[in-house]
Design a protein around this ligand. Structure first.
Ligand code: NAI
Length: 331
């Protein structure tokens, strides 16, 4: 099947080529899908998209006009796709629901430990021949209360790891997972109580109209003073300006983020020759208790192989459906 692959990154190209084994005609493009670049999909049967591609109603209308019938997401999250519009237009959407929840949970722990033990500051000092320990004091994870918001695939693995550290775990989710309660003694509670009682708050729910700015000024006001906030899920879960306010007052003692509300067009790309225009992220970068990674939590060999394999499998399935004259079910 002719597939235009938008936002192809160097790190995923070999995995996609290996998984494809020459079956589909993949047009690997580095550019993001936007209202302007959408014309590059002309002549293809399908497009494959990544996190920062724009599959809004306007772009979907154009894709549909070009005869695109299928979108193979190379991501688990699908908040960048207007799925209602896609269904209306008869465009089928597939995603990679689980490629390695371990990758994201482990990166979350990397952020927690690096912030807690001030590894970046320490590393920079040592490189500057400054071996002083002043200002580098961390805290024992053992005995601390960790609040995990979203106990699906990623949240569950994070809970397992944090349980290993000896943390007490509070959880918030629309569905209670009995296995997690029995195995790790976690306590489900409401979001406000979790925020009020946790030393570390980590986000693992999808972004939706319900969860947009779940962490806002009101919620931050209820948090413990000096709380650690970690977001490896989606930027929009957090009101970033409210977090900056919390950092300035010391209410938030640490902030680790792998995702950012305004990451489209910023993350995944080299802007080192440009002048940073985003004043919000610029302010965040001034705090020495903020650690930012650019949406790399998923970036492990295992995850990349699984993403590529599932994406090609999804294209295979779609092609088979076309061949047999049937349609695949909408996402
Ligand atoms: P999942 O679907 O297994 O778990 C999500 C959990 O959130 C479910 O238990 C669900 O019941 C709960 N939930 C959904 N809406 C809720 C609401 N309004 N209130 C309370 N609970 C709610 O998803 P998974 O695989 O654990 O991924 C979680 C998120 O992590 C994804 O949606 C995605 O945004 C993000 N992610 C980030 C990556 C990165 O590289 N930084 C990579 C992959 C996923």
């Amino acid at each position: 099947m002719k597939t235009t692959v938008f936002s192809t990154h160097k790190f995923e190209e070999p995995h996609l080529v290996a998984a494809n084994r020459g079956k589909h005609e993949l047009n690997l493009l580095e550019v993001r899908l936007t209202g302007i670049t959408v014309s590059l999909a002309q002549g293809a049967d399908a497009v494959s998209l990544f996190t920062s591609d724009d599959a809004s109603a306007e772009v979907l209308n154009k894709l549909s006009a070009f005869g695109i019938k299928y979108i193979a997401l190379r991501t688990a999250g699908y908040n960048n796709v207007n799925t209602k519009k896609a269904a209306e237009l008869g465009i089928k959407v597939s995603r990679v629901p689980a490629y390695s929840p371990y990758a994201i949970a482990e990166h979350t722990v990397a952020l927690i430990l690096a912030l807690n033990r001030k590894l970046i500051r320490s590393h920079n000092r040592v490189r500057d021949m400054n071996f002083s320990l002043n200002g580098l004091t961390g805290f024992d994870m053992n005995g601390k209360t960790a609040g995990v918001i979203g106990t699906g695939k990623i949240g569950a693995i994070l809970i397992k790891i944090l349980h290993g550290f000896g943390c007490k775990i509070l959880a918030y989710d629309s569905f209670e997972d009995k296995m997690l309660i029995e195995k790790y003694g976690i306590c489900y509670t409401d979001c406000k109580t979790l925020c009020a009682q946790s030393d570390i708050v980590s986000l693992h729910v999808p972004l939706s109209t319900e969860t947009k700015h779940l962490i806002n000024s009101d919620c931050i006001d209820h948090m413990k003073s000096g709380v650690m906030l970690i977001n490896t899920s989606r930027g929009g879960l957090v009101d970033t300006k409210a977090v900056i306010k919390g950092l300035k007052t010391g209410k938030i003692g640490y902030f680790g983020m792998d995702v950012y509300e305004e990451e489209e067009g910023l993350f995944f790309e080299d802007h080192s020759d440009e002048i940073l225009q985003d004043d919000v992220i610029a302010r965040l970068m001034t705090f020495n208790n903020v650690l930012i990674t650019s949406h790399q939590a998923f970036l492990t060999d295992t995850a990349l192989t699984n993403i590529a394999d599932t994406t090609i499998y999804n294209l295979d399935c779609f092609e088979k459906q076309i061949d047999s004259g049937n349609e695949v079910a909408s996402n």
